[in-house]
Design a protein around this ligand. Structure first.
Ligand SMILES: Nc1ncnc2c1ncn2[C@@H]1O[C@H](COP(=O)(O)OP(=O)(O)OP(=O)(O)O)[C@@H](O)[C@H]1O
Length: 324
């Protein structure tokens, strides 16, 4: 059984602009100890998906489908069970640790807090665990007495990772967890996350607009556009041989180390993603697609096989791969 199985997930906000279908029929799965990256431009529904995994969406949002964590549906479990799942089952690392950490408490205390809340341990034991966790993310014990403003951005993000690990979760969701950091620190923090999840057999669902960052860290990649997954498969294939024109554009939108070394300019992605209250008919990417066919403005295709374990939702994927 997969650690996480998302089935036909659809999420609609009901806001002042009317209904916003932010996630539309997403299926994803992740095994324990494996890493899955979810990529896409701003507004494609990545954070909405992440928040749904812990039922953190605003009240009144409509969510249908299933989010099975070890076979148990997060969307229908009791509040008591959900409290236990938050931290001990799934924990989230957000972008911008300064806003997620409490400015008036020392970071050691903030790491010890979820341990005290979820486990029957003494304060001294929780503090000892906090110091061990700091060591695991590369921070010395004396840092436990620091306040968030006394740390650098990279150190704060390490504290967030220590907090996320505090109650030994089965799944970590990292939502743009390294985006605000400079490139060198980002690489260090990504390496740290990768090592810790591998050592502890934790599933990692990592969200970023940057496909190249995800392809370095994750084994599987899902590319989202206008609330749907448009390509899904092994990282190496999706990044180096994308089948959907949007995934291809995204893969080209960021410079690789090779591009930087050769001073090549990556191709930009023209236009903007659609307003989710007014998604174009057919394939939602067709107005921006450089290789759109006539049928793309009327037909929205489902994901279909583009390889043995690779799927893409594009009419141009060779017919041999199609199941229907
Ligand atoms: N509380 C809300 N009420 C109404 N609409 C919302 C709400 N939160 C998000 N949305 C809309 O849902 C869509 C998806 O937003 P979401 O934050 O999931 O995208 P994203 O891919 O994570 O973008 P970003 O990378 O900018 O965070 C966007 O169009 C956004 O405006």
């Amino acid at each position: 059984m997969p650690l996480l199985e998302i089935r036909d997930l659809a999420i609609t906000y009901h806001g002042s602009r009317g209904d916003v279908p932010a996630v539309r029929g997403v299926d994803l799965s992740l095994d324990a100890g494996k890493t899955l990256g979810v990529a896409g431009e701003s507004g494609c529904g990545k954070s909405t998906l992440a928040l749904a995994l812990l039922r953190l969406l605003p009240a009144g949002t409509t969510t249908t489908g299933e989010i099975l964590l070890d076979g148990e549906d997060v969307l229908t479990m009791s509040w008591g069970r959900l409290r236990a799942v938050r931290w001990a089952g799934t924990s989230i690392v957000f972008q911008g640790a300064m806003h997620s950490l409490n400015a008036v408490h020392r970071v050691g205390r903030q790491i010890a807090e979820p341990i005290l809340l979820h486990e029957k341990v003494s304060e001294a034991d929780a503090n000892r665990r906090a110091i061990e966790l700091l060591a695991q993310v590369g921070l010395p014990a004396w840092r436990a007495r620091s306040y968030p403003h006394e740390l650098s951005g990279g150190q704060r993000q390490r504290v967030m990772i220590a907090m996320a690990l505090a109650c030994s979760p089965k799944l970590i969701v990292a939502d743009e967890a390294t985006t605000a950091l400079d490139v060198m620190i980002q690489a260090q923090v990504l390496q740290l996350i990768g090592r810790l999840v591998a050592e502890r057999d934790i599933g990692l669902l990592m969200i970023s607009h940057d496909l190249s960052v995800l392809s370095d860290t994750c084994q599987q990649l899902a590319v989202m556009y206008a609330g749907r997954v448009v390509e899904y498969g092994p990282s190496s294939e999706v990044f180096t041989d994308p089948q959907h024109p949007y995934a291809a554009a995204l893969a080209n939108a960021f410079p690789t180390i090779g591009d930087v070394a050769a001073r090549r300019t990556p191709r930009g992605l023209g236009g903007d993603p659609p307003d989710p209250t007014d998604i174009p008919s057919g394939c939602p990417f067709h107005p921006r697609c450089p290789v759109a066919l006539d049928e793309c403005s009327s037909t929205e295709v489902e994901l279909w096989p583009a390889g043995p374990s690779h799927e893409a939702a594009c009419v141009r994927v060779p017919a041999a791969g199609r199941t229907a």
